[in-house]
Design a protein around this ligand. Sequence first.
Ligand code: PLP
Length: 439
Amino acid sequence: MDDPRRRVPRTDVVLADPRLAEAAGRLGRAAVKAAVTAAQQRARAGELAPEAVADAAVAALPATAGGLRPVLNATGVVLHTNLGRAALSEAARDAIQAAAGHTDVELDLVTGRRARRGRTALRALRDAVPEAGDVHVVNNGAAALVLAATALAAGREIIVSRGEMVEIGDGFRLPELLESTGARLREVGTTNRTTAADYRAAIDPGVSGFILKVHPSNFVVRGFTGEATVEELAPLGLPVVADIGSGLLRPDPLLPAEPTAAASLRAGASLVTASGDKLLGGPQAGLVLGDAGLVERLRRHPLARALRVDKLTLAALQATLTGPETPTWRALRMDPDELRFRTEKARDRLAEAGVEVTLIESEAVVGGGGAPEVRLPSWSLALPRPYAEGLRTAPQPVVGRVERGRLLLDLRCVPPAADDQVIAAVLAAAARLPLRRRL
Ligand SMILES: *Cc1c(COP(=O)(O)O)cnc(C)c1O
């Protein structure tokens, strides 16, 4: 009897394959060994010819040692939290690559002395919002709020409207986050209406830390509603911290309802907090902009060290602020006619290959818990739902969205140069689906 288990090549023999030896230098020996072990197991189970073990191991190697798989976002959700929110610009990717080794992040190369960490990125942020007296950058938007609450209101009260006690997503509730710092929340007003007088009545000198205005990014309240503006709150004598969330620095006609850092500061906010990886289109980061004295208090607080950003983030943030338009910006402004043209071309090529596909008008959204009212007219390929899994598990994963029982692929957030990869993934998925599930 010819037992295939006997003929499965030994690990050291497989690892001697030059392709795997090269990959071990690039990805690490553990990753390559795991791929070899998996291929050997398949051969032992009779799923693979023993001679094919090395080929199968090569095919299964990850593209990088990072573990995170690059994905094509065909969901039509520009800032998709599960897909890492903003896709970085080429400029930001290059900046990360360049900063990955040793850099002058805290060294002035001219004087040879220690320098403020990330000073050029901080300057770029200040230049982008001249209304800010000073700026600081932390790990994410939530960290910016925690730092503000800890440095300015620990053991004291944060005055906040009952209409702004929001949950951001994945169980992250702003009130709980703020209370975890040792600050107490002083809730004022009602869910639908809060006035400046409500805030004024709650102010207790010696107990009040600051007034917090939170932008309810991911929902809207309609009907009998009212809120106090930053302009009305600024004269009340307490610092006003405006959490705008989205990271829009300056007004954008496409997003008229989104608050901006510049406008909030002009209206009298003492501090603005925002995320770097939402509408700004940059890396995950928390931006703090505003009054120089308050920013300095945050920067000098011991907790600031625990929330400090990495050199890679600083590099990507600066490139985002000073570089060309971001993929987020481009996706939000994608011309519907161009999108239709690309989608039609893809539909035609798939239909020629016998795929059951239609072109439909659809709607894309901003996502990332922002601008819930904004609908972006879009076009999509509609495929039978069973394609969803095949596309997610393709060598180049493509993630679409399921709507009314169909899988929709919206090319808005797919770089145009990657349209061919989407088409190839659909064809590969079609080839793996049983005929009846392709319809
Ligand atoms: C997104 C958001 C946050 C949290 O920011 P992260 O960068 O996700 O930590 C806080 N507040 C508002 C209003 C937001 O929209």
